[in-house]
Design a protein around this ligand. Sequence first.
Ligand code: NAD
Length: 482
Amino acid sequence: MEYRHFIGNAWKAADNGESLDVIDPSTGEPFAAIARGNAADIDLAVCAAQGAMGEALDGPWAKLSPVERSNLLFAYAKAVLDHADELAQLEARDTGKALKTARTDAAVLARYLQYYAGCVDKLHGETLPYTTGFTVLTVREPIGVTGHIIPWNYPMQIYGRSVGASLAAGNACVVKPAEDASLSILRLAEIAAETGFPAGAINVVTGLGGEAGAALSANEGIRHISFTGSTATGALVGRTAAERHCPSVLELGGKSPQLVFDDADLDEALPVILNAIIQNAGQTCSAGSRLLVQRGIYETVIERLSARFEAMRTGPSSMDLDMGPLVNKKQQTRVRAMVEDAEAQGIRVAARGKIAVEASRNGYFQEAVLFRDVPPQSRLAQEEVFGPVLAVMPFDDEAEAVKLANGTNYGLVAGVWTRDGSRGLRLARKLQAGQVFVNNYGAGGGVELPFGGVKASGHGREKGFEALYGFTSLKTIAVKHG
Ligand code: NAD
């Protein structure tokens, strides 16, 4: 199967006629090809999106009333649910994720579209008190054409939270999915066209990050860019956008800590802690990848978690085990190297999961690994692994726990497990993170909850109503009437 770009509600061949293989991570074998987009393809997509907006917000997409826009988004959510199984199969094959994870992703995508469909007619400005003789008001207008660079770990979910919010705010979108995970996004654009979205409202250009992605972030017609991915690429995209005064939302990596105190309910905490690192084989920006445990329960937690890690099974996505393979060879090599490096430094492995015997030798499999007594300044404690690898370390008191938790460059999510309500709230205020969960941990979830980072985890917020503001341009209108 050879996929093309989806521009202006039609399939378009790549300008240069080139394509990229799509590899099944469970087997290492190519099974399809996508178009290798370049700057000319991005130009075409931006033109199509500008056409949908029109010169003076009079294009076929921009002229829809809020209720018409809302109805289309609700219809889109329903169409996604109708095609949920097809979308999940496509994304599971393309990314290697376990089918159950892909099914959840399709459901969460539909939920984003429903949420933002419900927001369209609640997105309003204010009237402001000003000098006598004036009436002053603000209106929230669409920004224009927005660019969306999507990673390979949760293509459907990230499309939902980013494109869903932008469409709700009235913008037209140009999407560049990851080269390793384009198929569900292409199908989603086609489903949008079938649902009745006007040509140009949603356009997808596939290709490499350094080509199609770089061209998207540099394109003068893109008035807002939303990027999810690595900290290094995020800095590049943010810089390119800043040079032409284009606002950006950067949702980057994390090394998110979970703090477990002596008084925590371990029966409640441990399954959540495990899921936060093995979900999507650890390829989650908000993965709970550092576990800080108070010394009094340290050995108990290691023992109980070890049993769970040893029971973890990894296999092809079609087997639907605890984990599928990693997304590509590069990720597998990277994760393996980090595990080997940690072992070479003498960091102890407390437990390992298993790879199913049915798994192909050519697939990109990585078993779950639990490391204990991890030195806080080691690479394993400081750098994002992006695999099913958990670094556990002990602490004595609250002050030390906060210092350890805040002691990396990242600040995306944190979790606190304690029965002491005051401590939960106190620590929530002290932890440097965009989201803090007390006695729960929401890796990836929470459509309604603003999400984003501090420090090297990025800036701007996605999800919830907050995301909508970022996709609008606020205009102040001051009328002197005497
Ligand atoms: P990446 O950041 O390079 O890729 C993410 C997206 O950016 C993809 O769509 C890619 O095509 C695009 N891209 C790449 N270079 C670009 C450029 N110069 N200009 C514009 N767009 C560009 O990530 P990666 O190389 O696929 O993975 C490397 C590491 O990034 C992972 O090991 C992981 O640590 C991290 N990562 C984080 C997330 C997240 O959700 N925060 C997602 C994916 C990867």
